[in-house]
Design a protein around this ligand. Sequence first.
Ligand code: V1P
Ligand code: CA
Ligand code: ZN
Length: 397
Amino acid sequence: QYGLEKPRGYNVSFHYNPHVEYHHFGSSHPMKPWRLTLTKQLVLAYGLEYTMDLYEPRPATMDELQVFHDRDYLSFLSQVTPQNAKPDDPAYLSFGFGGESNDCPVFDGLWNYVSIYSGASMSAAHNLNNKQSDIAINWSGGLHHAKKNLASGFCYINDIVLAIQLLLTQNQRVLYIDIDVHHGDGVEAAFESSDRVFTLSYHKFGIDRNGYPFFPGTGNINEMGPTDPANRGKGHSLNIPIDDGIDDEQYKWLFKTVTGAVIEKYNPTAIVLQSGADSLGGDRLGRFNLNIKAHGFCVETVKSYGRPLLLIGGGGYTPRNVARTWCHETAVCVGTELHNELPSHIPYIQAFQGAENGGGILYPDLHNTKRHDNLNTQDNLHKLVTQALENLRYLEG
Ligand code: V1P
Ligand code: CA
Ligand code: ZN
């Protein structure tokens, strides 16, 4: 009424169905949906819910999931239970369940779990499509390994592919960026023949001293999608293989340089950022040495380009630090700074207290939990960036 302009802040929406929290992969399995409870508690304790639009999305339906996944895979997934599962059934193994590693166990409520996290990513994409939000967040999504007829690496339904398919109804070009410590192979494969989606993944790549590749074993710098010049998808994937122990300054420089070049060249009309928190220092499965603010720097960098942004979760196996990171990144999105001392009224505050749990603060030094020597030399990283920029020249047509 005093002629004030609309604040220049971003409209942020938070898409979360709390029923996702109550699912368990099994006690020895590293994926803990409970980390989402911790994340929510921090977001609420800092009062961030007053700065965003909150949505409690419905689960995705079978018809919605079929836009990407095969019908027989979905029908198996929707019916299998721990009670009726037959681990020697060829269908069971061929769809990626069980197996020696048991990465994708059949657990109680599995169908419910997958439809909830997928529904939340679709709801977030919907909000961007109808311009209700500039940034839409779903921390329960980001399950980047799932294929159209295969569960893989803790992922059963690829909510990212489903969300990108929705964004493609309103966008000519979507950029997918993946900072999970693992290669975003499922998303890359789904859009390998499309020039309307560019996929960019930063990840650990290499073989350990026992001869095992770091999961999933793909994503070297020379993997740029199809090589056939007649394939529209040619040159529309970029992989940044990184070695153990990368530190904050190195990662920030690498991310800013390469992501900046991709955004400027590809000029996407929407961006999806998978912010897997297993790239933090001290992660149970990861190998990097990043602090929370260096991880959050990636969100800040992407946000600064001002394109519609879908921000989703992914891996992250030290739950207290996953929660810290995703709370910090929620604050980055709404454009606010959080005090380091954790509010005292947080349920499960014990999870964050004591020297071994980060001493009751939001930004403990994770680089000091260092279990991985830094094997990345400045020389290696400069060569990597040179090669990445060289790969981008394929985009010039
Ligand atoms: O390495 C493997 C198996 C061994 N096979 C030859 C493959 N699996 C990994 C899977 C990691 C999945 C990461 C998912 C994400 O990118 C997205 C949500 O973060 C694996 C590991 C590991 N250390 O890499 N599985 C397990 N650990 C595991 C441990 C205990 C129980 C079940 C699985
Ligand atoms: Ca990645
Ligand atoms: Zn991961």
